[in-house]
Each structure stands twice: as C-alpha cells, then as structure tokens.
Write a protein that binds this ligand. Structure first.
Ligand code: SF4
Ligand code: SF4
Length: 63
C-alpha cells in the first residue's frame, strides 16, 4: 500500500474531474454531491490533486 492517500476537502463541487483521471478508479462522486476516495484503492499518485479545479484534494501521509 502507498504511503500517501488522497483526501477530499469540504468544498467539493462534484464536477467529477478527479474521478476521470484516477488510474485506480478509487474515486466516486456520491449522490452527485461530493467525491469520496476509497482508501483501499488509492495509490497516492496525486493525479487527482493536480486535476481538481477547486484545488481541494490533498495528498496526506497515511498513519
Ligand atoms: S491519488 Fe491517485 S490513486 Fe489516489 S484517488 Fe487520487 S488519482 Fe486516484
Ligand atoms: S475534481 Fe475536485 S471539485 Fe471536482 S469532484 Fe473531484 S474533488 Fe470535487
């Protein structure tokens, strides 16, 4: 498992851009409201972080 994990912040506008670029299909936009990352699938590549137009995804170190 990767040392890093993507975490979605509060201001998600559910645009789906992060979901489209994730190579592991680790992101789902729940109920059209916000993006949710599956910790089991995320490899911490950071692509979603760079892609989010709202800049609200952060790469954090796993505990
Ligand atoms: S960091 Fe990479 S693997 Fe994890 S959710 Fe973002 S795009 Fe997907
Ligand atoms: S790219 Fe950003 S704003 Fe768009 S769904 Fe993903 S986290 Fe939300």
């Amino acid at each position: 498992m990767s040392r890093y994990l993507a975490v979605v912040g509060e201001r998600c506008v559910a645009c789906g851009a992060c979901m489209k670029v994730c190579p592991k299909n680790a992101i789902a936009v729940k109920h059209g409201v916000r993006a949710v990352v599956s910790p089991e699938q995320c490899i911490g590549c950071g692509l979603c972080v760079k892609t989010c137009p709202a800049g609200i995804i952060k790469k954090v170190e796993r505990e």
